[in-house]
Design a protein around this ligand. Structure first.
Ligand SMILES: [Fe+2]
Length: 385
């Protein structure tokens, strides 16, 4: 959960008359979560955010599942996902269950024709390649290589890219994406031991108010369908807002690794969590410094979780060979561990340059048809000498 923030003009008292220079009223909108009981923001629009002109027929985007009951270690070449001009077309679902859906995307063009509102889930967009601006009614968030963009459910947004070369790893979460409970004190402030803190969280700035009427299309996603809604006012017509519900960014490069004399387990790398899953960031760091330490991880049984690793950059210490954008999936039910030769190779090493994002889900993931098209079929046998 991010912290209280305000931007632009707001009245001194909520739910009171707030007038434009011409004497007419601004339209107040409360954006609240878990009914009215969790994070919320109060926003002030030039026009009521309810002016629906028409709705076009829904577009089905339900992921097609190829493997429902996966009992095999898998690897997918993420950069084999073909780029697409349009952002929504570019989002390719690869792994999914009832808690989240993981997408890979290589969009070439900025969103100009429409806006997107995900009413099905919150999103974490990890920016592997490319840079640009996330625009919403809360303002602008500049992003670049290594950013996690957290977009709460229901935020209308547009992505503006600086160049056509973009690679995104996206988690669509059906419950709110939060900071790990263990990192925050009872007031919601980051604890001293957390690997990042308030100064590392970037919030929307440069609020631009679009006092515009016309025909504005918002693609609203719900129930694995896109509903093209046409509104009569610009979605970013906000003059000011305050609260706790807004998109924000955390760079993987601002994550301060926790190291030790002996191997530190994945929970020290955690960034976010939602219902039935956690996310982690593996970043360049010094290796373990006990004289007899083994820096690579031990063999381990994921008794309760499917483990998804998305390789970003650098040599990965426990794997023989990985490509940028590669995904490995180590499912519940099968033990996995370091590749042959990597244990010996790691002894005495001082540091690692690895950069990766991990998603551990507590319920099995289903594999989509598109994922099977980019699978490396023999990965599950890669532990044989
Ligand atoms: Fe693992």
């Amino acid at each position: 959960m991010p912290h209280y923030h305000k931007s632009g003009q707001i009245p001194p008292k909520r739910h009171t008359q707030f007038r434009k220079p011409d004497g007419s009223l601004y339209a107040e909108q409360l954006v609240s979560t878990e009914g009215f009981s969790d994070a919320y923001s109060t926003t002030y629009h030039h026009y009521p955010p309810t002016l629906v002109r028409s709705v076009d027929p829904a577009i089905d985007v339900k992921p097609e599942i190829a493997v429902q009951n996966n009992m095999q270690h898998r690897s997918f070449q993420g950069f084999k996902v073909k780029p697409a001009d349009d952002y929504m077309d570019s989002r390719v679902p690869v792994l999914v269950n009832n808690d989240l859906c993981i997408y890979l995307a290589a969009p070439r063009k900025s969103m100009e024709r429409y806006f997107f509102k995900n009413s099905q889930g919150s999103e974490m967009i990890f920016v592997h390649e490319g840079s640009g601006t996330l625009k919403s009614m809360y303002g602008e968030l500049k992003f670049g290589y290594g950013d996690h963009l957290i977009i709460p459910r229901g935020v209308i947004y547009q992505l503006e890219f600086d160049t056509p070369g973009n690679r995104l790893f996206i988690v669509e979460s059906y419950t709110p994406i939060r900071f790990p409970k263990k990192y925050v004190n009872k007031l919601g402030q980051f604890e001293e031991h957390a690997p990042f803190c308030e100064r590392d969280i970037r919030v929307p700035e440069n609020l631009k108010t679009h006092d515009e009427k016309g025909d504005f299309m918002v693609m609203v996603k719900k129930g694995d369908q896109l509903f093209p809604y046409h509104y009569a006012s610009h979605p970013f017509d906000v003059i000011g807002w305050d609260g706790y519900h807004y998109p924000y960014a955390l760079s993987i490069h601002d994550f301060e690794p926790i190291t030790g004399r002996i191997h530190q387990p994945p929970p020290v790398h955690q960034t976010f969590e939602g219902h039935n899953y956690v996310m982690c960031a593996f970043v360049p760091r010094l290796y373990d410094y006990h004289l007899l330490s083994i820096p690579v991880p031990y063999n381990h049984s994921n008794v309760d979780s499917d483990e998804v690793l998305y390789y970003v950059d650098g040599e990965f210490m426990s794997r023989k060979h990985v490509d940028r954008g590669q995904i490995t999936l180590h499912p519940i039910g099968i033990t996995h561990g370091p590749h042959p030769g990597t244990v010996e190779k790691s002894l005495g090493a001082k540091e690692t340059k690895e950069l990766a994002v991990m998603v551990d889900t507590f319920r099995p993931l289903w594999i989509t048809k598109q994922a099977m098209e980019i699978e490396e079929p023999d990965y599950y046998k890669s532990w044989l000498e």
